[in-house]
Design a protein around this ligand. Structure first.
Ligand code: BGC
Length: 777
């Protein structure tokens, strides 16, 4: 006997039901252990005799359901009693049919194993003996929200049907870090400019609202709509983050009528700070943050309170977006975009222990890699395409948007460097931060296939550049000038004329991707492919693949030479007006010794022209401050960091932001998501440069590390701490005038190479140390 997938016989495309499964069973003799194993197509909440089985939420979690579905096991011994018992499991849409991603029917699979005191065992499997009915959750959707009718008791019990949808997905043991309810925020009521009752929870989070309603009448309807802000007119609005959807982040609760009613959504999660309330007089509201429950391991503080708030906001954006997979934002898209995670993964590790979180997620990237070597631009694939027939239909309608799916080739957006390079970068960075070689072992082949794909594209010729010197000189194989690349997405600069024209003509996002593919982005694509060759070569060396190591190192050298020769002008110009062009070239080692001084001179001009404000976009922002410091422009770096006018990290904070924004001026213009974590990667600079705590590849996982405290800007003191596998590293400096004092702690079993602000260097074994000295100059 094995468990069978069961479903509600009437569940399907429409109506979308929220089935409640139940199975009664009697325990006739003393039972010493009860073990429940469950999984679902959808997400499940289980209870035995009315008590919840777990505090974990959104189980079984999101994996590439085409290939693998997680199961969870619970010790439920304490929930049984002798005599009659009942197991009830409600299944909500979850990711399974959110946007119709994977399938149309919700289903349950599981078993309860009972071990009796007399040594005998009994197992109850999901099968046709179960009953299924409908409960008070009338409709549920992760993003749209929930309709809950408290007047409805579970009813309509009938025999469960067997379900065959997508059961080829392999069952695997749980690998997810559990998602749990974390911080709680009491709400403060206010009236917005339109007179709406709006509850302000004070912090932008991903989660939901627990409400306590008093003195309700039967059938009374309470509606909560969740949003991130009040618009320029002071009115509650979701316009910045709803992507044009009206059916968005809303709870409809229909009261049963009672002195007190309590409600918390089960299967919906929203990105919000505010909730607009309709239809209630007497109630309390509390927001609950929900995210993957990872240990918090790092802290940074300094004498500038705005920077401290920036750190807090970045950490909150991580919390708001790391719900089983790392999504771009908890509102509009909620897709696990590779580029965002690539940029931020190292910063993520400073705030929380993300080892298992990324281990589980990366496995899906490898599983879903296309035959071409491309990887999903978001994964697990949430493409609305879940069988080969549908894939064909989608392709026929719109070839550009023929997305992933089990047999797809990937869309043209998935050519993009900087996003696909996550296949190389994230395992490489996880190895650095945790010293766990399995990241390299498990993903080396994926990384190599991606790099090989990019190298093949590099060899293609772009007719637009037919007259370019790299073709004339036979160096076309080392300049990547074809395909679509997102590049410096969200650079705070006017868009290119061809982009303005396209959107003026009513072009869609799909048109944009198709259209821009014609232009390529040689400066970006060539640089990132070179970086990935470097990383791959280093990964190969660590894994003892010497031939590969030499091969990719040689390729990297050729690409660098071509870049330096063709894409950097004799006076160091790369792309006027774009700091990113110079930062990228310097950070990714694309510049020859000869041209370096002129490239730096151009960069200085760009900084001055921008009045020491940044104008980098998605990819280069993380490199901006470290690169400036590495080339000796420390004052400039701090000036940019501490700017309080746009574009910069601190301006939104002066406007009350509590998370990182998607756009450099998103708060003023009430545009774009207010909870996009990737620009929070500036915190890597705070940990690694200002506090000076840096990992090394020689002894990854902080077995050996560097301490290089950096004094600069308005700061009179700064401190950072980071809990490694060995213990906690601490680093703190203070300074006044030319004097500085520095204190650090090196954990047992590790050693640190310290470079003090006066330039003196020491190697330290475990212990706490204090130094004082004079700054030069
Ligand atoms: C997402 C980003 C993502 C990007 C691709 C956006 O819509 O929100 O975070 O990386 O698309 O450029």
């Amino acid at each position: 006997m094995t468990a069978k997938w069961i479903c509600h016989p009437d569940d399907g495309r429409e109506p979308r039901l929220v089935p409640v499964f139940r199975r009664g069973f009697s325990v006739e003799k003393p039972c010493i252990k009860g073990v429940l194993r469950l999984t679902a197509h959808g997400i499940y909440e289980a209870e035995i005799n009315g008590s919840p089985v777990t505090e974990n939420k959104f189980t079984p979690g999101l994996t590439s359901y085409y290939h693998r579905v997680q199961t969870q096991e619970y010790d439920v011994t304490a929930l049984f009693r002798e005599g009659e018992n009942e197991l009830r499991v409600t299944v909500g849409d979850g990711w399974w049919r959110w946007n119709n991603n994977f399938g149309y029917t919700l289903a349950l699979l599981g078993e309860i194993r009972l071990l009796y005191a007399d040594g005998s065992e009994e197992t109850v499997f999901t099968d046709e003996s179960w009953e299924v009915g409908l409960g008070p959750i009338v409709r549920t959707d992760l993003q749209k929200g929930e309709v809950y009718d408290a007047r409805i008791d579970p009813h309509g019990w009938q025999k469960a049907a067997l379900c065959n949808e997508h059961t080829e997905g392999k069952l695997i043991e749980n690998q997810s870090v559990p998602v749990r309810e974390k911080e709680r925020f009491p709400g403060k009521p206010l009236r917005d400019a339109a007179g709406n009752l709006v509850i302000d929870f004070g912090q932008n989070i991903a989660g939901y609202v627990h409400m306590t309603l008093r003195n309700t009448s039967p059938g009374q309807v309470v509606r909560l709509k969740h949003g991130e802000g009040l618009d320029q007119n002071g009115c509650f609005s979701t316009a910045n983050c709803d992507g044009g959807r009206t059916d968005f982040q809303e709870i409809t609760y229909i009261c049963k009528g009672a002195p007190v009613e309590d409600y918390t959504p089960l299967f919906a999660v929203f990105g919000f700070r505010y909730a607009r309330v309709e239809g209630i007089v007497d109630a309390d509201f509390e927001a609950i943050a929900v995210y993957s429950d990872m240990e918090q391991v790092g802290n940074f503080k300094c004498s500038n309170p705005l920077l401290n708030k920036l750190v807090e906001n970045a950490c909150w954006s991580q919390k708001g977006n790391f719900l089983d997979v790392p999504v771009d934002c908890p509102t509009r898209e909620r897709n696990a975009w590779t580029g965002d995670a690539m940029i931020y993964c190292r910063t993520a590790a400073y705030f929380m222990d993300v080892h298992q979180f990324f281990k589980k997620w990366l496995a899906d990237q490898t599983i879903e890699q296309y035959a071409s070597g491309k990887v999903g631009i978001t994964f697990p694939s949430t493409s609305s395409v879940h069988d080969p027939e549908e894939l064909k239909a989608v392709r026929a309608k719109d070839p550009a948007m023929a997305l992933a799916g089990p047999t797809g080739d990937g869309n043209i957006g998935e050519d993009s460097v900087g996003w696909g390079d996550s296949a190389v970068w994230i395992p490489y960075q996880m190895y650095l931060m945790y010293g766990d070689k399995s990241f390299l072992e498990e993903h080396y082949d994926t990384a190599k296939r991606w790099v090989e794909f990019s190298l093949r594209c590099m060899k293609e010729q772009n007719p637009l550049y037919a007259g370019a010197p790299w073709y004339a000189n036979g160096d076309g194989d080392y300049i990547y000038d074809t395909r679509f690349h997102y590049g410096e997405w969200n650079e705070p600069l006017p868009p290119a004329p061809e982009v303005i024209e396209l959107f003026a003509k009513g072009g869609t996002a799909a048109d944009y991707v198709t259209h821009m593919a014609k232009y390529g982005k040689p400066e970006v694509a060539t640089a990132y492919t070179k970086r990935s060759c470097d990383n791959l070569s280093h990964m190969a060396r660590i894994l003892g693949k010497d031939e590969d190591a030499a091969h990719y190192a040689a390729l990297s050298a050729k690409i660098k030479a071509a870049y330096d020769k063709y894409l950097i002008g004799p006076d160091g110009t790369i792309q006027r007006g774009h700091q990113a062009a110079y930062i990228r070239a310097l950070a990714l080692d694309m510049v020859s010794k000869e041209k370096k001084p002129s490239v730096i001179a151009q960069l200085k001009r760009e900084l001055e022209a921008a009045n020491y404000h940044l104008n980098t976009g998605f990819l280069s922002t993380v490199y901006l401050l470290p690169t400036l410091c590495d080339i000796g422009l420390v004052d400039e770096a701090f000036r940019i960091l501490e700017q309080t006018t746009d574009p910069g990290w601190l301006h939104p904070i002066t406007l009350g932001a509590t998370t990182m924004l998607e756009n450099w001026n998103g708060m003023d213009m009430f545009r774009d998501s207010f909870n996009h974590y990737s620009f929070g990667a500036v915190c890597q600079f705070l940990f690694e440069y200002v506090a000076g705590i840096r990992p090394t590849f020689q002894a990854p996982g902080f077995k050996e590390f560097e301490l290089r405290p950096l004094i600069g800007g308005s700061l009179t003191w700064a401190e950072g701490s980071y809990k490694t596998r060995y213990g906690t590293i601490e680093s703190r400096w203070e300074h006044e005038g030319q004097r500085f004092a520095y204190t650090c702690t090196v954990p047992e079993g590790t050693s640190a190479h310290l470079t003090l602000p006066d330039g003196s260097a020491k190697t330290l074994s475990a212990g706490t140390y204090h130094f004082e000295g004079e700054l030069h100059g």
